[in-house]
Write a protein that binds this ligand. Structure first.
Ligand code: CA
Length: 265
């Protein structure tokens, strides 16, 4: 069997090798994305805050540039939603400042029809823009899109990799799986490692012993159901009907097979 280089082992490593390592256990834990709203209109802040909190984000707010700098120092912000019309320093000044000082994603918020503002904002280094009044779902899609791009850029910078399969997106460096709607699928370390093994050998039947060896460095005993339990848990998180699994198939008397086409993302 080919060495599943994608899953963290060096290529050419034998499948049964006892020192086979699937994924380094020191990988960073996943966390909620953190949105910072820079906006002086409290009503708008409240609406965005409620919506994004319900969507699984941590949300902070700042009414001006001074407060914005404090929030950036205090928290690990992933994306800033930046209103251009602010008292004191305006959004352009802050965009320029952020691009020199800060690595996260910036989405600027412009008034209706102010197309020159969009152009200037993007030229100053904003990642995207939305126009007031905006639809919250549209805003969410934009935020997720810039977040995905910055994760991809970080992965590329680390020489790490990502895969798409069956509508899911798996980021190995972040140890994060997201579904077709961009929603994170929480996986335990064991479930994530098991999924990686399946992906590295998509459309091949893997015996319980092969899976057990890869995960724990030992064969499955005759009464050992731990692989079956883990497969069951993974199915409940991936399959639309876990009772009729379409992705992780049971192959009678042989083991399990992940029946998907996985492509590099
Ligand atoms: Ca404003």
């Amino acid at each position: 069997m080919d060495g599943p280089a994608w899953c963290g082992a060096s290529s050419g490593t034998g499948w049964q090798s006892p020192d086979y390592t699937v994924i380094p256990v020191s990988a960073p834990p996943t966390r909620r994305p953190h949105l910072l709203i820079v906006e002086d209109d409290e009503e708008i802040v409240g609406i965005i805050r409620r919506y994004f909190t319900a969507q699984g984000f941590d949300v902070s707010a700042a009414a001006n540039g001074v407060a914005m700098r404090e929030e950036i120092d205090k928290h690990m912000i992933d994306v800033i939603l930046l209103d251009l019309g602010l008292p004191g320093e305006d959004g352009f000044t802050l965009t320029r400042y952020l691009r020199e000082q800060w690595k996260g994603a910036i989405i600027i918020v412009t008034g209706r029809g102010e197309s020159i503002d969009r152009v200037v904002g993007l030229e100053l280094g904003a990642d995207d823009y939305v126009t007031k009044p905006f639809d919250l779902r549209e805003l969410l899609a934009r935020v997720r899109s810039v977040l995905r791009r910055s994760v991809d850029a970080a992965s590329a910078a680390n020489g790490a990799d990502a895969l798409q399969f069956a509508g899911f997106h798996l980021n190995r460096a972040a140890r994060e799986l997201t579904d077709a709607q961009g929603k994170r699928v929480p996986l335990t370390t064991g479930e994530f490692d098991l999924l990686c093994i399946f992906l590295a050998h998509a459309n091949r039947v893997l015996s319980r012993d092969e899976l057990m060896n890869s995960l724990h460095g030992r064969d499955a005993g005759p009464f050992d159901r731990s692989i079956d339990v883990q497969v069951g848990r993974l199915r409940r998180k991936l399959e639309s009907d876990p009772e009729q699994p379409a992705l992780i198939k049971s192959v009678r008397g042989a083991g399990y097979m992940l029946a998907v086409r996985a492509t590099r993302a």
